[in-house]
Design a protein around this ligand. Sequence first.
Ligand code: PHE
Length: 358
Amino acid sequence: MSDIENLERDITSKINAAENEAALEAVRVAALGKKGVVSERMKTIGKMTPEERKEMGPALNGLKIRVTEAIEAKKAALEELALDARLASEKLDVTLPPPDLPAGKIHPVSQVFEEIAAIFSAMGFDIAEGPDIEDDFHNFTALNFPPDHPAREMHDTFFFEPKEDGSRQVLRTHTSPVQIRTMMSRKPPIRIIIPGRTFRCDSDQTHTPMFHQVEGLVIDRESHMGHLKGTLEAFAKAFFEVDNVGTRFRPHFFPFTEPSAEMDVQYERVGNEVRFGQGVDWMEILGCGMVHPSVLRNCGLDPDEYQGFAFGMGVDRLAMLKYGIPDLRDFFAADARWLEHYGFDPLDQPNLATGLSR
Ligand code: PHE
């Protein structure tokens, strides 16, 4: 066996034995580096006789090329192995919570919005929204508040400065204007809930100038008061997470519904706690009624053809009742300790299958 073959066998076995890129680099330097064995042998070509050179030149060149190729192939293989090892070690289970969880909490108002949305979306409602700044038409007129009627004052409205034409925009006093916007832009059947901010000039332990409502609206050809009651009773049970809760519908007045009612739910006070679905006391939680024919007409719907019901509830109050929060003003105080105590885990999405509030 020629010594070139020996040399090649020797280098090849070192290449094969290299376990990582650093070891392979050492083999490369030892063979092909400036002082490497192959390079040293190449230098001898200059001193050879023409005959020797004719034979040894191509042989040494061939050796150099094969060694170079073998090192490159091994390098590629090692890189692939390194990548595989890295991919295996950096494997991430994306279903696990991040290791250092952010300390953030979900505000009780957001939580209750989500709970209400989960309940009504299971009943086939979708969500509609509208602007916080409204005009008189959507907030009052189209909802059948007569001009200059004291009902407009009843809402303690925040009015903007009058425009040149004398009209005044308002901060919406309820989410009901979105009923109007929806009926004017969509054909029935309509089945929506409307979450949003609302504003009234009022402030004490149970009132803040900005608060939150969820409105409901159903318009079709046949929905009647029985559907209204069934829907809201199902809502009350689901929301308070009890098997049964007594409800009571008391006649009331709203300009935009006829007949109108307030719904009370059965509760009992045990110590500081309010428990729903037991006891003999009643707590008012929402207003409701059959959509007034004039409202339908104002939205271009024929009341002989279409009918339906609406309801509206105060989200902040529901959050206080359900989660035993004593003062409404704390909701908006931006106190991180309060939120830490009353807030909810961002990873617990309210849903009916696993329980709204866990
Ligand atoms: N908009 C009424 C309020 O803010 C609530 C309501 C909505 C009543 C829909 C009946 C129907 O007081």
